[in-house]
Design a protein around this ligand. Structure first.
Ligand code: FNR
Length: 387
């Protein structure tokens, strides 16, 4: 089945068939009107690459580094909540695929498999993403758990102090595990592979929370806890509090504004991620790829700049790197692979992106991803001069 898959949209189509509706919709949706969600991808289409010919492109490398770590291509797996609902043990499957590929996997606070379960099933260190909750004792313990598990970077998400709305999640009554309503049961009857996988695992709800956070023992208390716990008072000073408790590489996620980038660059972090959360938070925000250039211009000489939001191809990755991102993250691009075929599907997604990136770089006349820059792009509307 995977040998007929030629791009990420093929994986998306298979995932739509195999993953229960509420979890497929959870991934393939954005906040409110979804205008930013759509624009994240559309904006890539407006950026034009410079085609160069007759350059010796026989020997090429797309290997690079993120926060000092060697990686086989400028891609990491973004933190994605409830990955373990796209496929049984989804976080473990994705982490294993990333590990074999030589790219970082980032485990979400809102994962199904716990930090400890992923650590036990993998060999190399992975990264941990932190949501700051009101219960700081819980956060302190979570950071400690990440350290004990050997996590080699902490990704602190700043753009979800408060939750935007995705209409589909409300309509579908999103929960992990799904509630046994008639509509859900009918849907699950058409997803036998998914059900079988789930029957074979004990990882069916939020592994980092249940049994760890005070007062969370069942689904009702979990849902109440989650909604009450995202901390709307999170502010730039909170980063100092985190810094005191985590001395490894720290990455600030969710910067989509030049002024915020300037402040972030002064906080002693190792990298920032230009991101609008894949269009899942502020509907009407600029596409992140449109903000990348201005942010790199403002702070690129002070802090490593990473990028996510809207990447669906190797061409997109090349454009982000050309605009100054040291590396990128993929969210839905790997989630669709996971939903389509578990670990093999994530591996397929990474293979597709690697091939597209390598060939696109070559067609731009470049042989080393570390030399890709703005000279590989054409300025908007003026195709005479490189940027
Ligand atoms: C996310 N994202 C996210 N980010 C984060 O910091 N913690 C999280 O738990 C989640 N959860 C989550 C769930 C789902 C289903 C998606 C699609 C995304 C955001 C994610 O890390 C990343 O910023 C976006 O996915 C990037 O956009 P693309 O690549 O999906 O277009």
């Amino acid at each position: 089945m995977l040998d007929k898959v030629t791009d990420i949209s093929d994986l998306q189509r298979i995932a739509r068939r195999r993953v229960p509706r509420m979890f497929y919709d959870y991934a393939d949706s954005g906040a409110w009107t979804e205008s930013t969600y759509r624009d994240n991808s559309d904006a890539f289409g407006r950026i034009k690459l410079r085609q160069r010919v007759a350059v010796d492109i026989g020997d090429r490398s797309i290997a690079t580094q993120m926060v000092g770590q060697e990686i086989s291509m400028p891609v990491a797996l973004a933190p994605v909540g409830m990955t373990g609902m796209q496929h049984a043990d989804g976080e473990i499957a994705a982490a294993r695929a990333a590990e074999k590929f030589g790219v970082p996997f980032t485990l979400s606070t809102m994962s199904i498999c716990s930090i400890e379960a992923v650590a036990a099933a993998t060999e190399k260190p992975f990264w941990f993403q932190l949501y700051v909750m009101r219960d700081r004792d819980y956060i302190e313990a979570l950071i400690e758990r990440a350290r004990v598990a050997g996590c080699s970077a902490l990704v602190l998400t700043l753009d979800l102090q408060i939750l935007a709305q995705r209409h589909k999640d409300v309509k579908n009554g999103l929960s992990a595990p799904p509630k046994p309503t008639l509509i859900n049961l009918i849907d699950l009857a058409f997803k036998p592979r998914w059900c079988l996988g789930m029957l074979g695992t004990a990882n069916r709800t939020f592994g980092n929370i249940v049994g760890h956070a005070k007062g969370v023992s069942n689904m009702t208390s979990l849902s109440e806890w989650t909604h009450a716990q995202f901390d709307p008072t999170l502010n730039w000073d909170s980063i100092d509090w985190i810094r005191e408790r985590w001395d490894g590489p720290l990455i600030l996620k969710g910067i989509n504004d030049v002024e915020d980038a300037r402040i972030a660059a002064g906080k002693g972090a190792d990298a920032l991620i230009v991101s609008n959360h894949g269009g899942r938070q502020l509907d009407g925000a600029a596409a992140s790829i449109d903000m990348l250039g201005p942010i790199v211009d403002a702070v690129g000489d002070q802090i490593e700049v990473h990028f996510d939001s809207g990447i669906r191809s190797g061409q997109d990755i090349l454009k982000a790197v050309a605009l100054g991102a040291k590396s990128t993250y993929i969210g839905r691009a790997f989630v669709y692979g996971l939903g389509a075929a578990g670990e093999a599907g994530v591996t397929k997604a990474l293979e597709l992106l690697r091939k597209e990136l390598d060939l696109t770089m070559a067609l731009c006349g470049e042989t080393d991803i570390r030399n890709v820059g703005r000279h590989n792009l054409l300025p908007p509307g003026d195709f005479g001069q490189p940027i």
